[in-house]
Design a protein around this ligand. Sequence first.
Ligand code: ZN
Length: 237
Amino acid sequence: MTKKIFWEDPYLTQLDTLMTSVKDTDVTVEQTIFFPFSGGQESDYGTIGDRRVLQARTEGREIVYTLENGHGLKPGDQVSMKIDWERRYKLMRLHFAAEIVLELVYQKLGPIRKVGAHIAQDKARIDFEWDENISKVFPVIQKEALGMIEANQEIISAFSDEEKEKRYWEIRGFAKVPCGGTHLKKTGEIGEIELKRKNPGKGKERIEIYVSGNSISFAPDPAKLQPLLSFPGSNGL
Ligand SMILES: [Zn+2]
């Protein structure tokens, strides 16, 4: 079983590891920082032993990487793994922006049902079953999300069940949500967020989420650290 270093340290961009299995172009490694397509978040881009990774996918709890034909690697080889950090960090910022937006949507619109989510490098989206125009709640969501970003709150990420590799994130006083993604350490890293509404079909509403500007670490402003309403949190993305 590949050890998932991207959970221990989601900011690591290079790692020395060992090849553990090779089946034609599909390989596995002992330890990894390379996040596979999972939970709606797109896969990292990068290399293993300087060979380009064409695909990274989960198989049960294992992660399988597909390399190009004729890669020449064999089990036991020591390799260096590298990821495209610019892409990963953008995915992490959009992922967490989506986490916060989703929780706020549940808080404002009660029984609304999420039916899909996707996080790409340029934008994230969340789809809902909902009969009204969802953009009605955008002003309040944007305001509250901005308040959290400016307050630069700590994001805790940990195992709820290490044996089963179940993980969660938590912002104290806001939400605790199951998710096996790679998460930021502080909300200030998200930067500015922008929401757009799409109406993908009758009874369906889509929120597109964009982040812009630099990821800024704001100095905490005590005036913004007023207690937020406690909310148990949803089932996440
Ligand atoms: Zn997450």
